[in-house]
Design a protein around this ligand. Structure first.
Ligand SMILES: Nc1nc2c(ncn2[C@@H]2O[C@H](COP(=O)(O)OP(=O)(O)OP(=O)(O)O)[C@@H](O)[C@H]2O)c(=O)[nH]1
Ligand SMILES: [Mg+2]
Length: 212
C-alpha cells in the first residue's frame, strides 16, 4: 500500500480516551522489546514515526496512528518484562484486556513473538484469548534476520505443533524488510473481512442513510 499519510493521533490508558473513530483498527501486541513499534515503522516505511528503544517497556500507553485516513494502527504496550516496574506491569492486563474486548472496530491483531525464542506463557495466553474471543490474528516472528532458514523451519514446526495447522504466521524483520509484503496482505484481509461483517455493514448503511 502506498502510504500517503501516517500520523500519531493519541495515547490512551482508559477507554474514554480512545479516539472517536469508526475506522477499522489493527493492533500490534507482544512481549516488551519484541519489536512491535519497529514493525509499525517498517510497515509504513517511516523510520521514526513510532519511538523504539533497546530497553524494554518504552510503549506504556495504547497508541493510535491514523494511516491514509482509512485505517488505524494501534501500538499496544508490551508485556512480561521483569525489569519493567511492577505498577506498569500490573496496569498492562486491564489496559490491553479492555481494548481487545471492547473496541468494536478491532479488525485483527498481530501477535509478535521473538523468532529466536519459544513463545512464552504470556504469548500463549494472548493467543488462546484471541482464539476464544474469535478475534482474527496472525503470529509474526520478529527479528527473523537473526535466524537462518533451518532455524525458521524449526520454529514454524513448533508453532504448528502447538496451535495446529490453521494458525497463520509470518516471519518479519524490521532490519531487512523480510515479510513486509505478506504482512500487508494479512492486514488487508483483516480489513476486508471486518468491512464485510454484518454488524459493520449495517453501521455503514445507517451512516449513509443519516448523511442523506
Ligand atoms: N535485529 C533486529 N532488531 C530489531 C528488530 N525489530 C526490533 N529490533 C530491535 O529491538 C529493540 C526493541 O524494539 P521496539 O520496536 O522498541 O520493541 P517494542 O516491542 O515496541 O518494545 P516496548 O515498546 O518496550 O514494548 C530495538 O533495539 C530494535 O532496534 C528486527 O526485526 N531485527
Ligand atoms: Mg514499543
Amino acid at each position: 500500500m502506498k502510504i500517503t499519510s501516517a500520523d500519531f493521533i493519541r495515547g490512551a490508558e482508559v477507554k474514554k480516551d480512545y479516539p472517536a473513530s469508526d475506522l477499522p483498527e489493527i493492533a500490534f501486541a507482544g512481549r516488551s522489546n519484541v519489536g512491535k513499534s519497529s514493525m509499525i515503522n517498517t510497515l509504513l516505511g517511516r523510520k521514526n514515526l513510532v519511538r523504539t528503544s533497546k530497553s524494554p517497556g518504552l510503549t506504556r500507553k495504547i497508541n493510535f496512528f491514523l494511516i491514509n485516513n482509512s485505517i488505524m494502527f494501534v501500538d499496544l504496550p508490551g508485556y512480561g518484562y521483569a525489569s519493567v516496574p511492577m505498577e506498569v506491569r500490573r496496569s498492562w492486563a486491564p489496559m490491553v484486556n479492555t481494548y481487545l474486548t471492547e473496541r468494536t472496530q478491532l479488525a485483527g491483531v498481530v501477535v509478535i513473538v521473538d523468532a529466536r525464542r519459544e513463545p512464552t506463557e504470556l504469548d500463549e495466553g494472548l493467543i488462546e484469548f484471541l482464539q476464544f474471543r474469535g478475534i482474527p490474528f496472525v503470529v509474526a516472528f520478529s527479528k527473523a534476520d537473526k535466524l537462518g532458514q533451518a532455524e525458521r523451519a524449526t520454529m514454524k514446526r513448533l508453532v504448528l505443533q502447538k496451535w495446529g495447522s490453521t494458525i497463520s504466521m509470518e516471519f518479519f524483520s524490521a532490519v531487512s524488510g523480510l515479510g513486509k509484503k505478506p504482512m500487508w496482505k494479512r492486514l488487508f484481509e483483516f480489513e476486508r473481512d471486518w468491512r464485510a461483517r454484518p454488524d459493520t455493514e449495517m453501521k455503514n448503511i445507517e451512516k449513509h442513510a443519516e448523511s442523506r
